[in-house]
Design a protein around this ligand. Structure first.
Ligand code: HXC
Length: 280
């Protein structure tokens, strides 16, 4: 789909890059010539991912443990990431989420999600931005959000609040920093199954099937599709896109939104035919 050198020598940091969607995006950017840095909370997971990606692609992969909820750890991470030259691309992928009835959420449960998604993403983005602006370096940020950032969603309220905040961060900084060479964009994925997200969000097989049944394309997303979109969005060849959020969900959120969408399942051929104007 792309030239193999699309991202040649671009220095990329993917937060939460050891597993899941972050791993899939990192793998794709690496295959297009990027130098990949990944961070996450678990060193052994990062080390195993870095080794297998380097073996698989022959590319350069570096890792550093970091809990992005901790601003001091983020500062240390970014000093490390910028030590041999500025980053070119930040992918805000790290997230935390689980389903719960909202009345059951404790303050610590709310904070656990907001601290990772909203605060952590802000620390990393602002820390990179400060360094880029000081160096006069052109760069871009891609944040992975979700479609319920603008619709809201029952049972994942802290996540919806936090992802809405990341969308606001993206659009705000796109304007504030765009003139100084920093683009910020987002992807809103629909269901892209991963072990981490699915064990927290899809605890029963019936729910997994329902995600498929309610999707106009009748399937979940393929990680390669998401990774290709990410590569396109961060490439310099896409340099005029700024402050945008691209939805990649098979039409899932629109299927839940259109007022008449549900009637297809309740209307028979006879019902439709009875509505046709009579031939004169
Ligand atoms: C209710 C819960 C809970 C649950 C945790 N808590 N899980 N409450 N239901 N299922 C509460 C705990 O009881 C505790 O509060 C507080 O949250 C903190 O929990 P810890 O386990 O101590 O926190 P921590 O170890 O920091 O874990 C953070 C986490 C966890 C967010 C809770 O799930 C995590 O680490 N997730 C990272 C990976 C992840 O979530 N991936 C999915 C991202 S998917 P009390 O009061 O009891 O002390 C995504 C978008 C998906 O973001 C879109 C899909 C379509």
């Amino acid at each position: 789909m792309f030239r193999n050198d699309l991202l040649k020598s671009k220095r990329v940091l993917v937060t939460g890059g050891g597993t899941g969607i972050g791993l899939s995006i990192g793998r794709r950017l690496l295959s297009l010539g990027a130098e990949l840095m990944i961070c996450g909370r678990r060193e052994e997971v990062l080390a195993a991912t870095a080794k297998s990606l380097a073996d698989e692609t022959g590319g350069k992969v570096f890792y550093k443990p970091c809990d992005i909820r901790d601003a001091a750890q983020v500062d240390t991470l970014l000093d490390w990431a910028f030590a041999d030259g500025p980053l070119d691309i930040l992918v805000n992928n790290a997230a935390g989420n689980f389903i719960s009835r909202s009345e059951d959420l404790s303050p610590r449960a709310v904070d656990a999600v907001l601290n990772i998604v909203l605060h952590g993403t802000s620390y990393v983005t602002l820390g990179c931005g400060r360094r880029w602006l000081a160096a006069g370096h052109k760069a871009n940020v891609l944040s992975i959000i979700t479609t319920y950032a603008w619709t809201g969603s029952a049972y994942v309220v802290p996540s919806a609040m936090a992802k809405a905040g990341v969308l606001a961060l993206t659009r705000s900084l796109a304007v504030e920093w765009g003139g100084r060479g920093i683009r910020l964009n987002a992807i809103a994925p629909g269901p892209f199954p991963t072990a981490g997200a699915w064990e927290r969000l899809v605890p029963k097989p019936e729910l997994a099937q329902a995600f498929i049944d309610q999707n106009p394309l009748q399937r979940a997303g393929d990680h390669a599709e998401l990774a290709n979109l990410a590569a396109f969005m961060v490439a310099d060849e896409n340099g005029y896109m700024n402050g945008e959020c691209v939805t990649l969900d098979g039409g899932e959120w629109l299927a839940g939104a259109g007022q008449f969408n549900f009637i297809g399942a309740l209307m028979s051929d006879d019902d439709w035919n009875a509505l046709k104007p009579k031939k004169k």
